[in-house]
Ligand binder design. Structure first.
Ligand code: DNO
Length: 355
C-alpha cells in the first residue's frame, strides 16, 4: 500500500506540501481541482499544474478525490449524456496526465453528513459528530446553516454554498428517484465511462454513502456488502471498484468491516482508514485512529487489507482538531499525521509477522 494524505490545493488548504512531505512514510497526496463544479470539464493545463506543484514538493499525485458527478447523472435527466461526455473528457485528460485512480460518490444532494463539526471530547480535542436525533429535528434547508458556523471558514467538500443555495430544487429533482433508479443511473454512468477507464487504466473508486443510510428520505445505495457486491457485478469490470472507507461503512454497526474488505478483493482501489466512537447506535463521533480510542479494531482492518494483497493508495481520514490547530474540520495536519504514522506502524508489524 502507499500512504497518502488528502490535500485540497494551495489555494484552499491550511496544510502545506512541505509539511506533508515531512510526515514519515507519506509519499503522495490525493488531490483535486477544488474550485471546479460538478459537470465541468477539467482543463489539461490545470491538471498538469497541480501535478507539477506536487512533484516539485517531492511528492506524487497518486489519485483524485473527487471528480464529482453532476446531479443530472445521478437523477438520470435527459441532459445527463452531456455531463457524462464532460466526465469522460476529464477522465481522458487525467489518464493522459498519468493519473490512474479517481474517487467519486453517488450520494444524492449531500455528500457526507455530520450534525456537529466541533464536538468537544474529554481531552479537549474537537471532532466531527453525528446524531440521528439532530437530523430528524432539522429541515434539510437548515442543515447547511446549522453546521457552517463551525467550519473555520473552510468550504467543506460536498457542501459548496453555491449548491446549497439551490437545495430545494435539488430535493425536487430527486423526488422520483428511489434506490432502484439510482442503481440504474449508476449502471448507465459506469457503462459509459468504462471504455475510457480501460483505455487509460483508470481505477474508479466509489466512495460509500456517509452515514450508510438514507438521510432526509433521499435514496442511498452504497451502504453495505450486499449493495456493493451488486454494484461490482452489474458492471463487472476491474476498473469499477471502491474506496473502502472504514469510517463511512462503519457508521452502520451491522457492517462487518474486515469481512467486507475480504469480499472486495481486487476491487478496492483506495482506502480511507479511520475510527469512530459510538455513544449509541445513532450517535457517533470521529475519534483518534487508535483502536482503543474508538469502536473499531484497526488492526483487524489493516490485516484484512494485507490479506487481500492491497497495493493501492491509503490515507488516514478525518482527524481530530488538536494542539490548537485551525483548519478545515477533519482535515488538519496534526491528527492526520498521527493517524498516518499509526497505520504505518500497524502495517509494518503485520508485514513482519507474516514473513
Ligand atoms: C469526506 C470525504 C468525502 C469524499 C467524497 C468522495 O471527508 O471522505 O467527501 O471525498 O464522498 O467523492
Amino acid at each position: 500500500m502507499q500512504m497518502t494524505l488528502r490535500w485540497y490545493g494551495s489555494k484552499y488548504d491550511t496544510v502545506t506540501l512541505k509539511q506533508i512531505r515531512q510526515i514519515p512514510g507519506v509519499t503522495g497526496v490525493i488531490s483535486t481541482l477544488y474550485g471546479t463544479a460538478p459537470g465541468e470539464v477539467w482543463e489539461m493545463e490545470d491538471i498538469l499544474a497541480l501535478k507539477k506543484e506536487i512533484e516539485d514538493a517531492g511528492l506524487q499525485l497518486v489519485g483524485i478525490e473527487s471528480v464529482n458527478v453532476h446531479d443530472a447523472i445521478k437523477v438520470g435527466t435527459p441532459d445527463r449524456d452531456k455531463y457524462i461526455d464532460n466526465y469522460i473528457t476529464t477522465l481522458e485528460r487525467l489518464g493522459q496526465a498519468g493519473i490512474h485512480m479517481v474517487c467519486y460518490n453517488f450520494m444524492p444532494v449531500f455528500d457526507w453528513t455530520r450534525t456537529e463539526l466541533a464536538r468537544v471530547r474529554p481531552d479537549g480535542s474537537t471532532v466531527l459528530a453525528y446524531t440521528q436525533e439532530a437530523v430528524d429535528a432539522l429541515n434539510p434547508e437548515d442543515m447547511f446553516a446549522s453546521i457552517s458556523g463551525d467550519s473555520n471558514g473552510a468550504i467543506l467538500p460536498g457542501w459548496e454554498p453555491e449548491r446549497m443555495a439551490h437545495i430545494k430544487e435539488l430535493f425536487e429533482m430527486y423526488k422520483d428517484v428511489d434506490d432502484e433508479k439510482l442503481f440504474a443511473n449508476l449502471k448507465y454512468f459506469l457503462e459509459r465511462i468504462m471504455p475510457v477507464c480501460d483505455k487509460y487504466d483508470i481505477n474508479m473508486a466509489i466512495h460509500p454513502d456517509d452515514p450508510a443510510w438514507s438521510v432526509f428520505g433521499l435514496p442511498r445505495i452504497i451502504i453495505n456488502k450486499q449493495n456493493i457486491l451488486r454494484m461490482m457485478k452489474m458492471v463487472d469490470n476491474p476498473h469499477n471498484g471502491v474506496t473502502f472507507c472504514s469510517g463511512s461503512y462503519g457508521t452502520n454497526l451491522e457492517n462487518d468491516l474486515p469481512d467486507m474488505i475480504r469480499s472486495l478483493k481486487g476491487r478496492i482501489h483506495f482506502a480511507h482508514v479511520r475510527n469512530l466512537k459510538f455513544n449509541s447506535p445513532t450517535d457517533f463521533e470521529e475519534s483518534a485512529h487508535l483502536s482503543s480510542d474508538g469502536t473499531f479494531d484497526m488492526y483487524e482492518i489493516m490485516l484484512a487489507l494485507y490479506d487481500i494483497g492491497f497495493e493501492g493508495p491509503i490515507r488516514p481520514d478525518h482527524g481530530r482538531m488538536i494542539w490548537d490547530e485551525v483548519a478545515m474540520p477533519g482535515y488538519g495536519l496534526y491528527d492526520r499525521a498521527l493517524g498516518a504514522t499509526y497505520l504505518n506502524g500497524l502495517w509494518e508489524a503485520i508485514c513482519k509477522s507474516h514473513k
